[in-house]
Design a protein around this ligand. Structure first.
Ligand code: M6R
Length: 366
């Protein structure tokens, strides 16, 4: 049942190209630059009336939601916020009838996310669930659902469900942007074409993963690891750190690279490995200067970079090369090496990768 892999997590990492295809299947019209997702119940009238998108989620799903907010603003041009469900539920949050609340949850059963959804409904907001498990509690109480179709995820550390959430949230931003006419058809076509090509790029990254062994050996003795990213790289830095924490039990912190000078730079010395999510996107020049600051303090840099980026050779001790792709779809690629790195570090330590200590797959009590 593990398909020849030692752990479910490894199997699920390698399933990502095919499950992302499942998320996209039947939903993309490349010629029209449009998305079909009638099951969500977001009619053109509803899409046009939304004043704010309000994402709620926990853990890995929260990281997907941060990327979702970015796309919702960049592509659909709808003001958006993203909140941890556990914070929303106790904060007397303000919801309005013209809010679209998007609850992101793999299991559809997370207690805090469900409570946040109920609070949103009580405030009169419309709720859309982005879930994996069909007919679970959160989709049931929501006004509509967009399912990720990733299949069952057994490993406690979420991997394939994260990338399919990203794919679904990007589809959603295109869908809403087209209905509001805020996203030009040509741009939508480019984004959808790039999304369509993601599974083959993912296969390329997963196919030749020898690079991970050297990096894992380097990280196996690290007590602390800093993950940096900017823009769409920021949620990926958070996710890379969470994966490492969950299964390798090393302390890892994901940080917005622009915040370095506001504190974490004090931690940098030759003992602190820094994993940088730095593809050649719009944020590239900025993160490059953050990395120069790390190097000036002897920090060890492991870079997730775009093929052909020679400047990285000077800066990083280890580089994982990612195929070229448009900025919007980069998170669906840059996260894969981080999942593999966490997996190999945990494996070298002999940890129970699929069932890490203290963790439950679904947190149905607070
Ligand atoms: O089922 P959900 O997506 O609502 O779960 C949310 C978190 O509990 C979950 O993502 C958790 O952080 C995972 N262990 C991450 O690998």
């Amino acid at each position: 049942e593990r398909g020849g892999y030692k752990h479910f997590m490894r199997k699920e990492i390698h399933e990502q190209p095919e499950v992302v295809e499942a998320t996209l299947r039947g939903r993309i019209d490349l010629a029209e630059g449009d998305v079909y997702a009638a099951e969500m119940g977001v009619t053109p009238e509803v899409a046009q009336s939304i004043r704010r998108v309000y994402f709620v989620a926990c853990g890995t799903s929260h990281h997907a939601a941060i990327a979702g907010r970015y796309w919702m603003e960049q592509l659909a041009k709808v003001p958006s916020v993203v909140e941890l469900a556990s914070e929303v539920r106790y904060r007397e949050p303000l919801f309005y009838p013209d809010d679209l609340v998007i609850a992101v949850s793999q299991s559809g059963e997370t207690a805090d996310t469900l409570a946040a959804v109920k609070a949103a409904k009580a405030g009169g907001a419309r709720v859309l669930a982005v879930a994996n498990v069909l007919d679970s509690a959160i989709p049931r109480v929501s006004d509509g659902a967009l399912y990720t179709h990733a299949g069952p995820e057994i490993g406690v550390a979420s991997t394939k469900c994260f990338t399919t959430q990203l794919a679904a949230l990007l589809l959603l931003a295109v869908y809403i942007g087209r209905r509001r006419s805020t996203l030009p058809q040509e741009r939508a076509q480019q984004v959808l074409q790039a999304l369509w090509e993601i599974p083959s790029h993912q296969r390329e990254i997963l196919g030749d993963a020898d690079y991970v062994h050297a990096i894992a050996k380097k990280l196996v003795h690290a007590k602390d690891v800093l993950f940096l990213g900017r823009g769409l790289g920021f949620p990926i830095a958070l996710e890379g750190a969470l994966k490492l924490k969950e299964i390798s039990y090393a302390h890892a912190e994901g940080y917005a690279a622009g915040e370095m000078k506001h504190g974490p730079i004090a931690l940098i010395d030759e003992h602190l490995p820094v994993v940088a999510v730095c593809p050649r996107d719009a944020q590239y020049d900025k993160i490059l200067s953050n990395l120069q600051a790390v190097r000036a303090r002897e920090g060890q840099v492991i870079a997730i970079a775009t093929k052909g980026d020679e400047a990285m050779l000077e800066l990083a001790q280890h580089i994982v090369w990612i195929p070229k792709a448009p900025d919007e779809v980069m998170p669906l690629l840059t996260v894969l090496p981080l999942q593999l790195i966490a997996y190999f570090v945990a494996n070298l330590k002999g940890n129970d990768v699929d069932q890490p200590r203290n963790l439950a797959k679904t947190v149905t009590v607070e």
